[in-house]
Design a protein around this ligand. Structure first.
Ligand SMILES: [Cu+2]
Length: 472
Protein backbone atom coordinates (compact mmCIF):
# COMPACT_ATOMS: atom_id res chain seq x y z
CA UNK A 1 0.00 0.00 0.00
CA UNK A 2 2.66 2.48 0.94
CA UNK A 3 5.20 1.61 -1.73
CA UNK A 4 5.31 4.58 -4.05
CA UNK A 5 5.52 2.70 -7.35
CA UNK A 6 5.31 5.93 -9.22
CA UNK A 7 7.88 7.25 -11.62
CA UNK A 8 8.51 10.79 -12.57
CA UNK A 9 9.75 10.79 -16.15
CA UNK A 10 11.02 14.14 -17.25
CA UNK A 11 11.08 15.24 -20.85
CA UNK A 12 14.62 14.13 -21.52
CA UNK A 13 14.10 10.61 -20.22
CA UNK A 14 10.88 10.55 -22.15
CA UNK A 15 12.59 11.50 -25.38
CA UNK A 16 15.15 8.79 -24.72
CA UNK A 17 12.41 6.20 -24.42
CA UNK A 18 10.80 7.14 -27.69
CA UNK A 19 11.32 3.65 -29.05
CA UNK A 20 8.59 2.43 -26.72
CA UNK A 21 6.10 5.04 -27.86
CA UNK A 22 4.74 6.54 -31.02
CA UNK A 23 6.19 9.27 -33.21
CA UNK A 24 7.44 11.47 -30.44
CA UNK A 25 9.35 13.50 -32.97
CA UNK A 26 6.11 15.03 -34.12
CA UNK A 27 5.86 16.84 -30.77
CA UNK A 28 8.38 19.66 -30.71
CA UNK A 29 10.83 19.74 -27.83
CA UNK A 30 9.80 23.28 -27.01
CA UNK A 31 6.16 22.26 -26.62
CA UNK A 32 6.97 19.21 -24.53
CA UNK A 33 9.39 21.08 -22.30
CA UNK A 34 6.56 23.39 -21.25
CA UNK A 35 4.29 20.49 -20.35
CA UNK A 36 3.92 19.23 -16.81
CA UNK A 37 6.18 16.24 -16.23
CA UNK A 38 4.70 12.85 -16.92
CA UNK A 39 4.04 10.80 -13.81
CA UNK A 40 3.31 7.15 -14.31
CA UNK A 41 2.67 4.05 -12.21
CA UNK A 42 4.30 0.68 -12.77
CA UNK A 43 2.39 -1.53 -10.36
CA UNK A 44 -1.26 -2.35 -9.85
CA UNK A 45 -1.39 -2.05 -6.07
CA UNK A 46 -3.49 0.51 -4.21
CA UNK A 47 -1.50 3.67 -3.53
CA UNK A 48 -1.85 5.77 -0.38
CA UNK A 49 -4.21 8.75 -0.71
CA UNK A 50 -2.62 11.84 -2.26
CA UNK A 51 -2.93 14.64 0.30
CA UNK A 52 -2.82 18.00 -1.47
CA UNK A 53 0.37 19.98 -1.00
CA UNK A 54 -0.77 22.83 -3.21
CA UNK A 55 -4.18 24.27 -4.00
CA UNK A 56 -7.18 24.18 -1.70
CA UNK A 57 -7.60 21.46 0.95
CA UNK A 58 -9.67 18.33 0.38
CA UNK A 59 -10.06 14.81 1.76
CA UNK A 60 -8.43 12.59 -0.86
CA UNK A 61 -9.94 9.37 -2.16
CA UNK A 62 -8.30 5.95 -2.29
CA UNK A 63 -8.37 4.42 -5.76
CA UNK A 64 -8.71 0.67 -5.51
CA UNK A 65 -5.63 -0.88 -7.15
CA UNK A 66 -4.83 2.54 -8.49
CA UNK A 67 -3.55 5.99 -7.71
CA UNK A 68 -4.22 9.73 -8.06
CA UNK A 69 -2.37 11.92 -10.51
CA UNK A 70 -0.14 14.66 -9.04
CA UNK A 71 -0.60 18.14 -10.52
CA UNK A 72 1.35 21.35 -10.75
CA UNK A 73 -0.05 24.78 -9.99
CA UNK A 74 0.54 27.29 -12.76
CA UNK A 75 -0.73 30.79 -11.92
CA UNK A 76 -3.64 29.37 -9.99
CA UNK A 77 -4.50 26.74 -12.61
CA UNK A 78 -4.22 23.04 -11.70
CA UNK A 79 -2.32 21.34 -14.52
CA UNK A 80 -2.35 17.60 -15.18
CA UNK A 81 -0.69 15.57 -17.90
CA UNK A 82 -2.35 12.40 -19.15
CA UNK A 83 -0.61 10.15 -21.66
CA UNK A 84 -2.74 7.62 -23.56
CA UNK A 85 -0.46 4.66 -24.29
CA UNK A 86 -0.18 0.87 -24.48
CA UNK A 87 0.35 -0.54 -20.98
CA UNK A 88 0.89 -3.85 -19.23
CA UNK A 89 -1.68 -4.41 -16.51
CA UNK A 90 -1.49 -7.26 -14.06
CA UNK A 91 -5.11 -8.49 -13.86
CA UNK A 92 -4.24 -10.63 -10.82
CA UNK A 93 -1.01 -12.37 -9.85
CA UNK A 94 -0.45 -14.90 -12.64
CA UNK A 95 -1.98 -12.92 -15.47
CA UNK A 96 -0.86 -9.81 -17.31
CA UNK A 97 -2.88 -8.13 -20.06
CA UNK A 98 -1.68 -5.89 -22.87
CA UNK A 99 -4.10 -2.99 -22.55
CA UNK A 100 -4.32 0.66 -23.44
CA UNK A 101 -4.28 3.02 -20.50
CA UNK A 102 -3.04 6.34 -19.23
CA UNK A 103 0.31 7.00 -17.54
CA UNK A 104 1.44 3.40 -17.28
CA UNK A 105 -1.73 1.67 -16.07
CA UNK A 106 -5.32 0.84 -16.98
CA UNK A 107 -7.44 2.49 -15.73
CA UNK A 108 -5.57 5.75 -15.74
CA UNK A 109 -4.89 7.68 -12.53
CA UNK A 110 -7.76 9.32 -10.64
CA UNK A 111 -7.92 13.08 -11.06
CA UNK A 112 -8.86 14.96 -7.89
CA UNK A 113 -9.77 18.64 -7.92
CA UNK A 114 -11.84 21.01 -5.80
CA UNK A 115 -15.15 22.57 -6.81
CA UNK A 116 -14.33 25.90 -8.45
CA UNK A 117 -10.78 24.89 -9.49
CA UNK A 118 -9.63 25.98 -12.94
CA UNK A 119 -8.21 22.80 -14.43
CA UNK A 120 -5.92 22.36 -17.45
CA UNK A 121 -5.34 18.83 -18.68
CA UNK A 122 -2.70 18.06 -21.30
CA UNK A 123 -3.46 14.86 -23.17
CA UNK A 124 -0.66 13.25 -25.17
CA UNK A 125 -1.59 10.48 -27.58
CA UNK A 126 0.93 7.63 -27.79
CA UNK A 127 -1.60 5.16 -29.17
CA UNK A 128 -1.40 3.89 -32.74
CA UNK A 129 -4.69 5.64 -33.56
CA UNK A 130 -6.47 8.91 -32.88
CA UNK A 131 -8.19 9.51 -29.56
CA UNK A 132 -9.94 12.15 -27.41
CA UNK A 133 -11.09 12.40 -23.79
CA UNK A 134 -14.65 12.99 -22.71
CA UNK A 135 -15.04 14.27 -19.14
CA UNK A 136 -18.14 12.25 -18.28
CA UNK A 137 -20.68 14.17 -16.18
CA UNK A 138 -18.94 17.54 -16.04
CA UNK A 139 -20.37 20.99 -16.67
CA UNK A 140 -17.96 22.56 -19.14
CA UNK A 141 -17.78 24.56 -22.35
CA UNK A 142 -19.13 22.43 -25.19
CA UNK A 143 -15.78 22.51 -26.98
CA UNK A 144 -14.09 20.86 -23.98
CA UNK A 145 -16.50 17.88 -23.93
CA UNK A 146 -14.13 15.65 -25.88
CA UNK A 147 -16.39 14.15 -28.55
CA UNK A 148 -14.09 13.85 -31.54
CA UNK A 149 -15.61 15.12 -34.73
CA UNK A 150 -18.47 16.81 -32.87
CA UNK A 151 -16.74 19.16 -30.44
CA UNK A 152 -13.06 18.90 -31.43
CA UNK A 153 -10.77 17.37 -34.01
CA UNK A 154 -9.40 13.99 -32.88
CA UNK A 155 -5.99 13.88 -31.21
CA UNK A 156 -3.75 12.17 -33.75
CA UNK A 157 -0.96 9.82 -32.66
CA UNK A 158 1.99 11.82 -31.35
CA UNK A 159 -0.05 14.97 -30.72
CA UNK A 160 -0.82 16.69 -27.43
CA UNK A 161 -4.12 18.49 -26.86
CA UNK A 162 -5.06 20.72 -23.97
CA UNK A 163 -8.44 20.83 -22.24
CA UNK A 164 -9.33 23.62 -19.85
CA UNK A 165 -12.41 24.26 -17.76
CA UNK A 166 -13.63 25.11 -14.27
CA UNK A 167 -14.70 22.10 -12.20
CA UNK A 168 -18.09 23.57 -11.43
CA UNK A 169 -19.88 20.79 -9.62
CA UNK A 170 -18.64 18.59 -6.77
CA UNK A 171 -19.13 14.89 -7.31
CA UNK A 172 -17.93 11.66 -8.86
CA UNK A 173 -17.07 11.53 -12.54
CA UNK A 174 -15.19 9.42 -15.09
CA UNK A 175 -13.09 10.13 -18.13
CA UNK A 176 -12.85 8.03 -21.28
CA UNK A 177 -12.21 8.40 -25.01
CA UNK A 178 -14.91 9.53 -27.39
CA UNK A 179 -13.04 8.34 -30.50
CA UNK A 180 -13.25 4.71 -31.61
CA UNK A 181 -14.86 4.17 -28.23
CA UNK A 182 -15.67 0.50 -28.62
CA UNK A 183 -12.03 -0.39 -29.26
CA UNK A 184 -10.52 2.03 -26.82
CA UNK A 185 -12.76 1.18 -23.89
CA UNK A 186 -12.49 -2.57 -24.62
CA UNK A 187 -8.73 -2.00 -24.34
CA UNK A 188 -9.03 -0.31 -20.94
CA UNK A 189 -8.77 3.42 -21.65
CA UNK A 190 -10.64 5.10 -18.81
CA UNK A 191 -10.19 6.72 -15.44
CA UNK A 192 -11.98 8.23 -12.45
CA UNK A 193 -12.41 11.89 -11.56
CA UNK A 194 -13.47 13.36 -8.22
CA UNK A 195 -14.40 16.99 -7.75
CA UNK A 196 -14.27 17.56 -3.99
CA UNK A 197 -16.64 20.04 -2.36
CA UNK A 198 -15.34 23.56 -1.61
CA UNK A 199 -15.97 22.99 2.08
CA UNK A 200 -13.94 19.91 3.13
CA UNK A 201 -16.46 19.33 5.94
CA UNK A 202 -19.38 18.92 3.50
CA UNK A 203 -20.37 15.22 3.36
CA UNK A 204 -16.98 14.38 4.87
CA UNK A 205 -16.25 10.69 5.42
CA UNK A 206 -13.37 8.87 7.09
CA UNK A 207 -12.50 6.62 4.14
CA UNK A 208 -13.47 7.32 0.56
CA UNK A 209 -12.83 4.59 -2.05
CA UNK A 210 -13.29 4.76 -5.81
CA UNK A 211 -13.14 2.27 -8.67
CA UNK A 212 -14.53 1.59 -12.13
CA UNK A 213 -16.32 -1.52 -13.30
CA UNK A 214 -14.78 -2.71 -16.55
CA UNK A 215 -14.66 -5.95 -18.52
CA UNK A 216 -12.41 -7.74 -20.98
CA UNK A 217 -12.58 -10.68 -23.32
CA UNK A 218 -9.14 -12.26 -23.21
CA UNK A 219 -8.79 -15.80 -24.53
CA UNK A 220 -7.15 -18.02 -21.87
CA UNK A 221 -3.44 -18.11 -22.67
CA UNK A 222 -3.43 -14.84 -24.60
CA UNK A 223 -2.66 -11.25 -23.62
CA UNK A 224 -4.85 -8.91 -25.68
CA UNK A 225 -8.57 -8.25 -25.30
CA UNK A 226 -10.85 -9.07 -28.21
CA UNK A 227 -12.27 -5.68 -29.04
CA UNK A 228 -15.38 -6.72 -30.97
CA UNK A 229 -16.97 -8.61 -28.08
CA UNK A 230 -20.41 -7.20 -27.38
CA UNK A 231 -21.65 -9.10 -24.31
CA UNK A 232 -19.68 -12.29 -23.76
CA UNK A 233 -16.78 -10.88 -21.77
CA UNK A 234 -14.81 -13.37 -19.67
CA UNK A 235 -12.98 -11.09 -17.24
CA UNK A 236 -15.22 -8.94 -15.05
CA UNK A 237 -12.92 -6.47 -13.43
CA UNK A 238 -12.75 -3.62 -10.93
CA UNK A 239 -10.15 -1.17 -12.13
CA UNK A 240 -8.86 -3.88 -14.50
CA UNK A 241 -8.29 -6.37 -11.66
CA UNK A 242 -10.09 -9.57 -10.68
CA UNK A 243 -10.30 -11.36 -7.34
CA UNK A 244 -7.97 -12.28 -5.67
CA UNK A 245 -6.07 -9.42 -7.31
CA UNK A 246 -8.49 -6.77 -6.04
CA UNK A 247 -7.22 -5.27 -2.79
CA UNK A 248 -9.51 -5.36 0.27
CA UNK A 249 -11.21 -2.15 1.40
CA UNK A 250 -9.68 -1.69 4.84
CA UNK A 251 -11.60 0.49 7.29
CA UNK A 252 -11.68 1.24 10.99
CA UNK A 253 -14.66 0.21 13.07
CA UNK A 254 -17.24 3.03 13.09
CA UNK A 255 -15.60 4.81 10.16
CA UNK A 256 -17.99 6.62 7.89
CA UNK A 257 -17.19 5.01 4.55
CA UNK A 258 -17.95 6.06 1.00
CA UNK A 259 -17.48 3.76 -2.00
CA UNK A 260 -17.74 5.45 -5.39
CA UNK A 261 -18.32 3.09 -8.31
CA UNK A 262 -18.60 3.89 -12.02
CA UNK A 263 -19.68 1.42 -14.68
CA UNK A 264 -17.92 1.41 -18.05
CA UNK A 265 -18.80 -2.18 -18.99
CA UNK A 266 -21.56 -3.14 -21.44
CA UNK A 267 -23.98 -4.46 -18.79
CA UNK A 268 -25.34 -3.54 -15.38
CA UNK A 269 -23.84 -4.73 -12.10
CA UNK A 270 -25.82 -5.16 -8.87
CA UNK A 271 -23.14 -4.34 -6.30
CA UNK A 272 -23.80 -6.08 -3.00
CA UNK A 273 -22.29 -5.43 0.43
CA UNK A 274 -22.49 -7.95 3.25
CA UNK A 275 -23.07 -7.10 6.91
CA UNK A 276 -24.11 -3.45 6.52
CA UNK A 277 -26.82 -1.34 4.93
CA UNK A 278 -25.79 1.63 2.83
CA UNK A 279 -27.52 4.52 1.15
CA UNK A 280 -26.79 5.88 -2.30
CA UNK A 281 -25.72 9.44 -1.57
CA UNK A 282 -24.49 10.45 -5.00
CA UNK A 283 -24.98 9.78 -8.70
CA UNK A 284 -23.31 11.23 -11.79
CA UNK A 285 -25.89 14.01 -11.52
CA UNK A 286 -24.88 15.11 -8.03
CA UNK A 287 -25.60 14.45 -4.37
CA UNK A 288 -28.89 12.75 -3.56
CA UNK A 289 -30.92 14.91 -1.12
CA UNK A 290 -31.11 13.09 2.27
CA UNK A 291 -34.93 12.90 2.04
CA UNK A 292 -34.62 10.93 -1.22
CA UNK A 293 -32.27 8.21 0.05
CA UNK A 294 -33.29 4.75 1.18
CA UNK A 295 -31.38 1.88 2.73
CA UNK A 296 -30.06 -0.90 0.49
CA UNK A 297 -27.65 -3.79 0.60
CA UNK A 298 -27.45 -4.07 -3.19
CA UNK A 299 -27.54 -1.29 -5.74
CA UNK A 300 -27.69 -1.83 -9.46
CA UNK A 301 -25.24 0.29 -11.40
CA UNK A 302 -26.24 0.63 -15.02
CA UNK A 303 -23.91 1.22 -17.95
CA UNK A 304 -22.44 4.70 -17.88
CA UNK A 305 -23.60 5.41 -14.32
CA UNK A 306 -21.74 6.32 -11.16
CA UNK A 307 -22.97 5.72 -7.64
CA UNK A 308 -21.60 6.81 -4.27
CA UNK A 309 -22.56 4.41 -1.45
CA UNK A 310 -22.23 5.40 2.19
CA UNK A 311 -22.46 3.55 5.47
CA UNK A 312 -20.98 3.37 8.94
CA UNK A 313 -18.70 0.34 9.20
CA UNK A 314 -19.86 -0.75 12.63
CA UNK A 315 -19.62 -4.53 12.25
CA UNK A 316 -16.17 -6.07 12.68
CA UNK A 317 -15.18 -8.74 10.19
CA UNK A 318 -14.20 -9.61 6.63
CA UNK A 319 -17.35 -8.78 4.68
CA UNK A 320 -17.80 -9.77 1.05
CA UNK A 321 -18.35 -6.94 -1.43
CA UNK A 322 -19.20 -8.16 -4.91
CA UNK A 323 -21.32 -8.01 -8.03
CA UNK A 324 -24.39 -10.17 -7.47
CA UNK A 325 -24.39 -11.60 -11.00
CA UNK A 326 -22.65 -14.83 -10.15
CA UNK A 327 -21.03 -15.11 -13.58
CA UNK A 328 -19.31 -11.84 -12.80
CA UNK A 329 -17.53 -13.37 -9.81
CA UNK A 330 -15.78 -15.92 -12.01
CA UNK A 331 -12.74 -15.74 -14.23
CA UNK A 332 -12.17 -16.79 -17.80
CA UNK A 333 -12.43 -20.58 -17.79
CA UNK A 334 -15.94 -21.00 -16.44
CA UNK A 335 -17.99 -19.90 -19.38
CA UNK A 336 -17.79 -22.81 -21.80
CA UNK A 337 -18.11 -25.70 -19.34
CA UNK A 338 -21.32 -27.73 -19.87
CA UNK A 339 -23.66 -28.35 -16.91
CA UNK A 340 -22.77 -31.82 -15.63
CA UNK A 341 -24.60 -31.67 -12.28
CA UNK A 342 -25.86 -35.15 -11.41
CA UNK A 343 -24.39 -36.70 -14.54
CA UNK A 344 -22.45 -39.85 -13.68
CA UNK A 345 -19.32 -39.54 -15.72
CA UNK A 346 -17.36 -42.64 -14.60
CA UNK A 347 -18.05 -44.82 -17.65
CA UNK A 348 -17.66 -41.90 -19.98
CA UNK A 349 -14.37 -40.93 -18.35
CA UNK A 350 -12.96 -44.44 -18.76
CA UNK A 351 -13.94 -44.49 -22.41
CA UNK A 352 -12.46 -41.07 -23.04
CA UNK A 353 -9.27 -41.96 -21.14
CA UNK A 354 -8.61 -44.67 -23.69
CA UNK A 355 -8.38 -41.86 -26.19
CA UNK A 356 -7.13 -38.99 -24.02
CA UNK A 357 -5.08 -40.33 -21.08
CA UNK A 358 -5.14 -37.07 -19.07
CA UNK A 359 -8.89 -36.50 -19.40
CA UNK A 360 -10.62 -35.39 -16.22
CA UNK A 361 -14.36 -35.17 -15.69
CA UNK A 362 -15.70 -31.94 -14.28
CA UNK A 363 -18.77 -30.59 -12.60
CA UNK A 364 -20.52 -33.81 -11.57
CA UNK A 365 -21.40 -32.56 -8.07
CA UNK A 366 -21.04 -28.83 -8.73
CA UNK A 367 -18.31 -26.55 -9.90
CA UNK A 368 -16.38 -26.26 -6.65
CA UNK A 369 -14.79 -29.66 -7.28
CA UNK A 370 -13.03 -27.93 -10.12
CA UNK A 371 -11.31 -25.42 -7.87
CA UNK A 372 -10.46 -28.21 -5.42
CA UNK A 373 -9.09 -30.39 -8.20
CA UNK A 374 -7.12 -27.57 -9.70
CA UNK A 375 -5.49 -26.98 -6.33
CA UNK A 376 -4.99 -30.65 -5.39
CA UNK A 377 -3.75 -31.96 -8.68
CA UNK A 378 -1.95 -28.84 -9.72
CA UNK A 379 -4.10 -28.92 -12.85
CA UNK A 380 -2.18 -27.32 -15.67
CA UNK A 381 -3.68 -24.07 -16.95
CA UNK A 382 -2.58 -22.34 -20.11
CA UNK A 383 0.10 -19.75 -19.48
CA UNK A 384 -1.15 -16.29 -18.46
CA UNK A 385 -4.56 -17.53 -17.30
CA UNK A 386 -6.35 -17.38 -13.97
CA UNK A 387 -8.37 -20.17 -12.40
CA UNK A 388 -12.04 -19.37 -12.84
CA UNK A 389 -12.85 -19.68 -9.12
CA UNK A 390 -10.01 -18.87 -6.84
CA UNK A 391 -8.83 -17.13 -3.70
CA UNK A 392 -8.27 -18.71 -0.32
CA UNK A 393 -9.58 -17.58 3.05
CA UNK A 394 -8.71 -18.78 6.53
CA UNK A 395 -11.24 -21.63 6.16
CA UNK A 396 -10.35 -22.79 2.65
CA UNK A 397 -11.15 -21.98 -0.96
CA UNK A 398 -13.32 -18.90 -1.49
CA UNK A 399 -14.22 -20.03 -5.02
CA UNK A 400 -14.64 -16.58 -6.44
CA UNK A 401 -13.04 -14.57 -9.16
CA UNK A 402 -13.94 -11.41 -11.04
CA UNK A 403 -15.84 -8.65 -9.29
CA UNK A 404 -15.28 -9.71 -5.68
CA UNK A 405 -13.32 -8.38 -2.75
CA UNK A 406 -13.73 -7.85 0.98
CA UNK A 407 -14.50 -4.96 3.27
CA UNK A 408 -12.23 -5.50 6.27
CA UNK A 409 -13.53 -3.74 9.38
CA UNK A 410 -11.05 -3.59 12.24
CA UNK A 411 -10.57 -1.81 15.54
CA UNK A 412 -7.56 0.35 16.31
CA UNK A 413 -6.24 1.07 12.83
CA UNK A 414 -4.25 4.24 12.36
CA UNK A 415 -6.01 7.00 10.46
CA UNK A 416 -4.10 6.51 7.23
CA UNK A 417 -3.51 2.78 7.51
CA UNK A 418 -4.94 0.85 4.57
CA UNK A 419 -2.66 -2.20 4.85
CA UNK A 420 -4.33 -5.60 4.66
CA UNK A 421 -4.71 -6.59 8.32
CA UNK A 422 -4.96 -10.33 7.46
CA UNK A 423 -7.93 -12.57 8.17
CA UNK A 424 -10.49 -11.55 10.80
CA UNK A 425 -10.02 -13.16 14.22
CA UNK A 426 -13.55 -14.27 15.06
CA UNK A 427 -14.59 -14.17 18.74
CA UNK A 428 -14.98 -17.72 20.13
CA UNK A 429 -18.34 -19.31 19.37
CA UNK A 430 -19.28 -16.93 16.54
CA UNK A 431 -18.35 -19.05 13.51
CA UNK A 432 -20.81 -21.43 11.80
CA UNK A 433 -19.75 -24.97 12.60
CA UNK A 434 -20.62 -28.57 12.02
CA UNK A 435 -23.54 -29.79 14.11
CA UNK A 436 -22.35 -32.74 16.16
CA UNK A 437 -25.42 -33.27 18.34
CA UNK A 438 -23.65 -32.20 21.51
CA UNK A 439 -25.17 -28.71 21.72
CA UNK A 440 -28.87 -28.10 22.14
CA UNK A 441 -30.57 -26.17 19.35
CA UNK A 442 -34.34 -25.60 19.55
CA UNK A 443 -36.03 -28.78 18.31
CA UNK A 444 -38.05 -28.24 15.15
CA UNK A 445 -41.20 -29.53 16.82
CA UNK A 446 -41.03 -26.80 19.47
CA UNK A 447 -41.75 -24.14 16.88
CA UNK A 448 -45.49 -24.15 16.21
CA UNK A 449 -46.36 -24.06 12.52
CA UNK A 450 -49.28 -21.78 11.79
CA UNK A 451 -50.82 -23.01 8.55
CA UNK A 452 -53.06 -20.14 7.53
CA UNK A 453 -53.41 -21.29 3.95
CA UNK A 454 -54.96 -24.78 3.86
CA UNK A 455 -53.76 -25.19 0.30
CA UNK A 456 -50.20 -25.42 1.59
CA UNK A 457 -49.33 -28.86 2.84
CA UNK A 458 -46.29 -29.00 5.07
CA UNK A 459 -44.27 -32.12 5.46
CA UNK A 460 -42.25 -32.72 8.60
CA UNK A 461 -39.16 -34.76 7.93
CA UNK A 462 -37.19 -36.55 10.64
CA UNK A 463 -33.87 -34.75 11.16
CA UNK A 464 -31.91 -37.96 10.50
CA UNK A 465 -32.78 -37.57 6.87
CA UNK A 466 -35.42 -40.32 6.85
CA UNK A 467 -38.59 -38.99 5.24
CA UNK A 468 -41.40 -39.52 7.77
CA UNK A 469 -44.03 -39.68 5.03
CA UNK A 470 -42.29 -42.15 2.81
CA UNK A 471 -42.87 -45.24 4.94
CA UNK A 472 -45.11 -47.41 2.81
CU1 LIG B 1 -21.61 -7.73 -12.55
Amino acid sequence: MNTPNINRRDFFKLAGAAGAGIALSSVSKVTLAALPEIVSAEKANTQAPLHPETGRPFNPVVTLNGWSLPWRMNNGVKEFHLVAEPVLREIAPGMVAQLWGYNGQSPGPTIEVVEGDRVRIFVTNRLPEKTSIHWHGQRLPNGMDGVSGLTQPAILPGKTFVYEFVAKRAGTFMYHPHADEMTQMAMGLMGSWVTHPKDPKFMAVDRDFIFLLNAYDIEPGSYKPKINTMLDFNLWTWNSRVFPGIDPLVVRKNDKVRIRVGNLTMTNHPIHLHGHEFTVTGTDGGWVPPSARWPEVTTDIAVGQMRALEFVADELGDWALHCHKSHHTMNAMGHDVPTMLGVKQDDLVNKIRNLVPDYMSMGETGMSEMSDMAAMMDMPLPENTLPMMTGTGQYGAIEMGGMFTTLKVRENLARNDYKDPGPYQHPPGTVAREYTGTDKPTPASAAPVDVTNPAIELKVRKPAGHDAHSGH
